[in-house]
Design a protein around this ligand. Structure first.
Ligand code: ADP
Ligand SMILES: O=c1ccn([C@@H]2O[C@H](COP(=O)(O)O)[C@@H](O)[C@H]2O)c(=O)[nH]1
Length: 211
């Protein structure tokens, strides 16, 4: 029997991925669940000045160090701890320090582009897509990025029009076809979150019975 299961939660920026992840995490025993954000695996850009880093297209698959993400997921599956990178959205760069992540039975991987890459998809036991209309997503993003990510209204809108929206249409939206479960409006869809949790609890029970 597997050491762990990995649940992938994809969806556009502002769709409610982190909210779904937190709601699901709260239903699982604390010592059995860990969260990996694809955002933590944005490429290290220390060699570039801030003025260049601001211009990076953070919504294109090239922006992510998926090689490291895949390596870490495989290590966690193998019961090995990892040093997860920490990302600083205000500085647009990886921090120097990392966070020790101990392998747990349930791993929730969340991120905009986790379903676009076949190698990541193949590591996922449950694939979820949080499906929220673009007008709702941009409003949520404006509020969040100004409050939590040190942005101005103008910068959020410019970034949305130049890179976020085109990459969403090109990469994120088409990846929905790979999902096992599509959650409309994300966030607080209790029925959908309970359904996923039922599958998680069945795995944990089976694992306990096998020990
Ligand atoms: N169903 C919802 N109703 C209202 N606000 C929500 C809902 N889901 C998420 N939000 C808010 O929208 C913002 C973006 O949600 P978040 O879960 O961080 O999205 P994502 O991780 O997909 O970017 C957050 O401030 C969050 O509190
Ligand atoms: O330096 C950065 C890195 C990423 N972004 C934006 O973040 C979102 C992904 O995060 P969500 O929590 O899913 O919204 C992505 O759309 C990038 O545009 C950034 O602005 N700066």
């Amino acid at each position: 029997m597997k050491n762990s299961i990995i649940i992938g939660i994809a969806g556009g920026s502002g769709s409610g991925k982190s909210t779904v992840t937190d709601e699901l995490k709260n239903l699982i025993e604390e010592d059995k669940v860990t969260i990996i954000e694809q955002d933590s695996y944005y490429k290290d850009q220390s060699s570039l000045p801030y003025e260049q880093r601001v211009k990076t297209n953070y919504d294109h698959p090239f922006a992510f160090d998926n090689e490291l993400l895949i390596k870490h997921l495989k290590m966690l599956k193998n019961n090995e701890p990892i040093e997860k990178p920490i990302y600083d959205f205000e500085k647009h760069n990886r921090k120097e320090e990392t966070k020790l992540i101990i392998p747990k039975e349930v791993i929730i991987l969340e991120g905009i582009l986790i379903l676009t890459e076949e190698e990541i998809r193949n590591l996922l036991d449950i694939k979820v897509f949080v499906d929220t209309d673009s007008d709702v997503r941009i409003i949520r993003r404006i509020l969040r990025d100004i409050k939590e990510r040190g942005r101005s209204l103008e910068s959020v809108i410019l970034q949305y029009m130049s890179t976020v929206r085109p990459a969403h249409l090109q990469f994120v939206e088409p990846s929905k076809k790979y999902a096992d479960v599509i959650i409309p409006e994300g966030g607080y869809n209790k029925v959908a979150i309970d359904l996923i949790n039922t599958k998680v609890q069945a795995f944990l029970k089976e694992k306990e019975n096998n020990n």
